[in-house]
Design a protein around this ligand. Structure first.
Ligand SMILES: [Zn+2]
Ligand SMILES: [Zn+2]
Length: 231
């Protein structure tokens, strides 16, 4: 994948975020997909079939759909979809009870594909000199997405990326310690937004943002051959 043209829009969109660019792009993708289903595809027979096959998506995406329907103030689409899933469940109750549970959520599958796509995009853009733009941005890669990019990057750029990441981490550390220190009763300085958000950012870089991504599967598929030993 070349780091050019329309693909660059996603690259820059990710860098605008105050968290992991890949996690945020995936969260955006999941939300848009669900929004589109609720808006346009409620009566689409193939979408309905996918919901029925998975008994209403995986747990994460099922609840995300409910939340998005609530946010939009439009619960009818969600009701229409889940009415057909519930009907199928009731009509085949005994059969489903006896079947081995295997949930194949199509939004998980799409998100997995998009995760690989974004990892490749970032890797290629970093290889083509855009690593400086990551350094200057407010975004910070989460632990797992950093590892995925490192797996695909060349030695020279791994070194650059690790150095940039360390700088970003020490800035984050300084924000979280300042947040604690400013709780001292002698302190008169106000707590900045960045310091306040340092808790969420720390959780995000350690665990990823709320979006689903099947990292476990990703790492199972690939041989464990990290290049970190080259540093
Ligand atoms: Zn991430
Ligand atoms: Zn899912």
């Amino acid at each position: 994948m070349a780091c050019e043209g329309i693909l660059l829009l996603s690259f820059y969109e990710g860098l605008k975020q105050n968290g992991c660019p890949i996690c945020r792009l995936l969260d955006n993708f999941e939300r848009k997909t669900i929004d589109n289903i609720l808006h346009e595809l409620v009566l689409d027979p193939s979408i309905r079939q996918k919901f029925i096959e998975s008994l209403g998506l995986c747990k994460y995406h099922a609840w995300l759909l409910v939340d998005i329907a609530e946010e939009r103030g439009d619960r009818l689409g969600a009701a229409i979809i889940y009415e057909s899933v519930l009907k199928e469940y009731i009509d085949n109750f005994e059969k489903i009870l006896n079947k081995e549970e295997k949930i194949e959520c199509f939004i998980c599958e799409y998100t997995d594909k998009f995760q690989e796509y974004y990892i490749d995009l970032y890797t290629d853009c970093f290889k083509e000199g855009k690593i400086k733009e990551y350094a200057q941005s407010s975004s910070i890669l989460c632990h797992r997405h950093l590892r995925m990019i490192i797996e695909k990057l060349d030695k020279e750029n791994i070194k650059k990326l690790i150095d940039i990441q360390k700088l970003k981490l020490s800035k984050l550390y300084s924000n979280i310690t300042k947040f604690i220190e400013k709780h001292d009763y002698k302190n008169t300085e106000p707590i900045t937004d960045e310091e306040k958000k340092s808790i969420e950012t720390t959780v995000e870089i350690l665990k990823g943002y709320k979006s689903y991504y099947n990292t476990t599967l990703y790492f199972q598929k690939k041989p464990k051959r990290y290049k970190l030993f080259l540093l």
